[in-house]
Design a binder for this molecule. Structure first.
Ligand code: SF4
Length: 493
C-alpha cells in the first residue's frame, strides 16, 4: 500500500473510532474550581454564579459544598450548572463554600466521582475541589490501601484526603502542606474545613488559580472571568507552590510557600491561552484574548506567501486568532462559517446519509461569503483530525476557490499529564503524520501550524521558559512521562 493511501486509511479509521464515541476534535479541560468566604450570607448563590462562568472547563457534573461552621451542606449532580441547581441553592446555608465543574478523563463520569469530595476526619469536616491531574496517584493509592485506607471514588484526588487524614500534624495548613508535598502532577485545589478555605497551586503552576476580593470577603477561581460575574475584583494569581488561607477574619490573606523545592522554571499551560480559557480571563498576568489576537498576527507573518481574499474562523475558538491574522495581513475578516449555538448534548441518532452531513449540524458555510474566494481558515488546533477535513470539504462545496488552513497552535504530538484530555498518543494525528500528509488528508490547499516560538511570543506576559509546551515538544517539565510509566495499572470501573 502506498504511504498516502496508508495515511488516508489510518486517519479515516481514527475518525471512525472517535466519531463512534461521539467525541469532538478538541482537547478538553478537566475541571474548574470556585471558592468563597464571605460575611454576605449568599455564598452558595455566589458559587453557583462562579461555576456558571467556569462551565466551559467541565460539563459532565458539578457540586457545591457550604460550611456553616459545624455542618457541611452538599448539593451535587450530573449535568450542567443550570440543570443541577435548577431548583435553587437556598438550602445551602453558611459563610464559606467551594464548588466544582468536571470533565472526566481520570475516574469514570459517575455520580460517586462528582466533586467536591467531602469526608469527616479527626479534624472535622473536609471538602476538596481539584483541577488538574496527579501523576503518582496510583502508587500513593496502593500504599494507602496497604495501610488500611478505603476509597469511595475512583478519582486521583481522593488520595489527598487520606494523606491529610493520616498526617500527624495538628494544624490543617501543615497537614495540607505535607499531603501536597507527596503528590506529583498539575493541580490547583481548594480545601474547605469547618471554618477555613485553603487554596493550593502546584509548584510549576500548570493550571491557573486566581484570588479575588469581594466587598464582604474573598473568592478564588480557576479563571478571573468568574470574578466579573460575581462582582469581585481580581487581586492576583495564586503563585506556583503557594497556599492561601482565608477565613471570616481575613484582612490580608495568609500566604504560605509550601513547596520546599522550587523548580528552575514555572510551567504554565500554554493551551489555556490557545483554547481552554475564556477570552475574557487574565491568567498569570496575560490577557487570554490579547494572546489569541497575537497568535493570529504571528500566523499571518509566518504565512505571508498566501495571498487570500478573506480570512474566516472556525467559530468560536478560532475567531480571536482569525481577527489577529486579518489585522496583520490587511485582509478582511468575514464570517464564512455559521455555528448552530443550540445543539444539546443528545440528539436523535442520524441515519448514515445524515451522519455524513453531521458536521453541518454544528457548522455551515455562508456561500455568499466564500464562493469564488481564496480563503484562509483559522482554527485553534487539530487534535485527531476528525473535523477539519469535513469543514474544508463544506467550504469547497460552497464554492471556495482555495482553502488554506492556519492553526494557532503547533502540531499536538504528545499526551498531557497535567489535567487536559489530549487523548492517547495513538489518537493524535500529528503523532503519526507530517504536515504535508495531514494537509492531503484534510483536502486543504495548504496547511500551516504556528511555530512554537511564534506561539510563545504571543503569550508575551509570561517568560517563554515558564510555559509548558509538552504536548507539542514532549519536554515534560517534571518528567511526568517517566512517573506515569512507573504507575500501577488503573482501577477497573
Ligand atoms: S502538556 Fe499541553 S495541555 Fe498539558 S499542561 Fe502542557 S501545554 Fe497544557
Amino acid at each position: 500500500m502506498r504511504r498516502e493511501d496508508a495515511v488516508t486509511e489510518r486517519a479515516e479509521n481514527l475518525q471512525l473510532a472517535v466519531c463512534s464515541e461521539g467525541r469532538d476534535d478538541k482537547l478538553h479541560e478537566e475541571c474548574g474550581v470556585f471558592g468563597i468566604v464571605s460575611r454576605g450570607g449568599d455564598v452558595a448563590l455566589t458559587t453557583y454564579w462562579g461555576l456558571y462562568a467556569l462551565q466551559h472547563r467541565g460539563q459532565e457534573s458539578t457540586g457545591i459544598v457550604v460550611t456553616d461552621g459545624r455542618t457541611m451542606h452538599v448539593k451535587k449532580g450530573m449535568g450542567l450548572v443550570a440543570e443541577v441547581y435548577k431548583d435553587g441553592v437556598d438550602e445551602l446555608k453558611g459563610f464559606a463554600a467551594i464548588g466544582h465543574v468536571r470533565y472526566s478523563t481520570q475516574g469514570a463520569s459517575m455520580p460517586y466521582n462528582i466533586q467536591p469530595l467531602r469526608v469527616f476526619f479527626d479534624g472535622g469536616n473536609l471538602a476538596l475541589s481539584h483541577n488538574g491531574n496527579l501523576t503518582n496517584a496510583g502508587a500513593l493509592r496502593a500504599n494507602l490501601a496497604k495501610e488500611g485506607a478505603v476509597f469511595t471514588t475512583t478519582v486521583d484526588t481522593e488520595v489527598l484526603l487520606n494523606l491529610i487524614a493520616y498526617s500527624a500534624h495538628a494544624a490543617i495548613e501543615d497537614r495540607v502542606a505535607e499531603a501536597v508535598s507527596q503528590i506529583k502532577g498539575g493541580f490547583s485545589m481548594l480545601f474547605l474545613t469547618d471554618n477555613k478555605l485553603i487554596a493550593v497551586r502546584d509548584p510549576y503552576g500548570f493550571r491557573p488559580l486566581a484570588l479575588g476580593r469581594l466587598d464582604d470577603g474573598w473568592c478564588v477561581a480557576s479563571e478571573s472571568c468568574a470574578f466579573d460575574l460575581v462582582g469581585a475584583e481580581m487581586v492576583r494569581d495564586v503563585l506556583p507552590g503557594e497556599m492561601i488561607v482565608l477565613d471570616l477574619d481575613t484582612e490580608v490573606p495568609l500566604s504560605i510557600m509550601w513547596a520546599k523545592k522550587k523548580p528552575a522554571h514555572k510551567a504554565h499551560c500554554v493551551f489555556e491561552y490557545v483554547y481552554f480559557a475564556r477570552n475574557d480571563s487574565i491568567i498569570d498576568g496575560q490577557s487570554v484574548y490579547a494572546s489569541r489576537i497575537q497568535m493570529g498576527r504571528e500566523l499571518a507573518k509566518e504565512t505571508a506567501h498566501i495571498k487570500p481574499d478573506i480570512v474566516i474562523s472556525v467559530p468560536d475558538s478560532g475567531t480571536a486568532a482569525a481577527i489577529g491574522y486579518s489585522q496583520a495581513a490587511g485582509v478582511p475578516f468575514m464570517e464564512g462559517l455559521t455555528k448552530n449555538r443550540y445543539i444539546g448534548r443528545t440528539f436523535i441518532q442520524p441515519t448514515q446519509r445524515q451522519r455524513d452531513n453531521a458536521v453541518r449540524l454544528k457548522l455551515n458555510p455562508v456561500r455568499s461569503v466564500v464562493a469564488g474566494k481564496r480563503v484562509v481558515m483559522v482554527d485553534d488546533s487539530i487534535v485527531r483530525g476528525t473535523t477539519s477535513g469535513k469543514i474544508v470539504k463544506l467550504l469547497k462545496e460552497a464554492g471556495a476557490k482555495e482553502v488554506h488552513v492556519c492553526i494557532s497552535s503547533p502540531p499536538v504530538t504528545d499526551s498531557c499529564y497535567y489535567g487536559i484530555d489530549t487523548s492517547e498518543r495513538k489518537e493524535l494525528i500529528a503523532a503519526h503524520y507530517n504536515v504535508d500528509e495531514i494537509c492531503r488528508f484534510i483536502g486543504a490547499d495548504s496547511l500551516h501550524y504556528i511555530s512554537l516560538d511564534g506561539m510563545k511570543r504571543a503569550v508575551s506576559a509570561v517568560w517563554p521558559q515558564d510555559l509548558c509546551c509538552a504536548c507539542f515538544n514532549s519536554h515534560y517539565p517534571d518528567e511526568a512521562d517517566k512517573v506515569i510509566d512507573d504507575e500501577p495499572a488503573g482501577i477497573e470501573e
